[in-house]
Design a protein. Structure first.
Length: 238
């Protein structure tokens, strides 16, 4: 199996609710050159970039990541990347969607907790310690307030420091699975690795047991949210 599949990122598409302002920022502040404009998208290129364009800005109702295009190391690596997408990524999301839909059908609402881990620091240039847990609810759009508030208050009561949406506001799962008005709630939990492991040796630390017990407590608190607060609701007319 190839050890390295991807060689470089070719370009990134970002979605923006203010295309003109985002384009002006990328051009005038970041120094990118506009190389093309097609429909609702503006194509910009970094100075000296090998590719035709480095950044695509596309008009959208909310900010987000449209897609990221990567260049593979070679034909064999490309085949392996496709195999992983078709054999792992797509089946995973099909199974997750089925489970989420079934729970929603059976109970009238469903809550998806998307757990991740993050380094305890941002890197050598920023040694400031991060919060113990970062909650990402896409600034209140991927779940009702009761879910995020229950998680935050429970973790704080258990002695953890908690941040909301910074530096992680939620990714693909919160964006594509969370729909509070339909009774579908998704929230991302980024857990600081220093809470449960030796980051250099990649080994469990003695505090792993405590964190696991605290997450069980959190699950019990979430289960205690009245189901009426999670079921579909009709958004108020503007």
């Amino acid at each position: 199996m190839p050890e390295r599949l991807l060689s470089s990122i070719a370009h990134v598409e970002l979605e923006t609710p203010d295309l003109d302002a985002s384009t002006a920022y990328a051009r005038d502040i970041l120094g990118l050159d506009v190389v093309d404009e097609t429909g609702d998208s503006v194509y910009l290129r970094c100075w000296g970039d090998y590719y035709l364009y480095s950044l695509v800005l596309t008009a959208a109702s909310e900010p987000g990541l449209g897609h990221a295009a990567w260049r593979a190391e070679g034909p064999e690596q490309m085949e392996e990347a496709i195999r992983r997408i078709e054999g792992l990524y797509k089946p995973y999301h099909r199974a997750l969607r089925r489970l989420f839909t079934r729970v929603h059908r059976d109970f009238g609402a469903a809550v998806l907790i998307d757990c991740h881990s993050m380094p305890s620091t941002a890197g050598s240039k920023d040694e400031r310690p991060r919060a113990d847990v970062v909650l990402g609810d896409r600034y209140g759009t991927s779940c009702v307030a009761a879910v995020a508030e229950t998680i935050e208050s429970t973790l704080r009561d258990l002695g953890y420091t908690v941040s909301r949406n910074k530096p992680y506001a939620g990714g693909f799962i919160t964006e594509h699975y969370g729909n509070p008005a339909a009774g579908l709630h998704a929230i991302q939990l980024e857990l600081n690795r220093a809470l449960y492991m030796d980051e250099r040796r990649f080994e469990r630390s003695p505090s792993f047991v405590r964190l696991a017990a605290d997450l069980e407590t959190l699950a019990d608190r979430l289960a205690g949210i009245p189901i009426q607060e999670l079921r579909p609701y009709r958004a108020a007319a503007e």
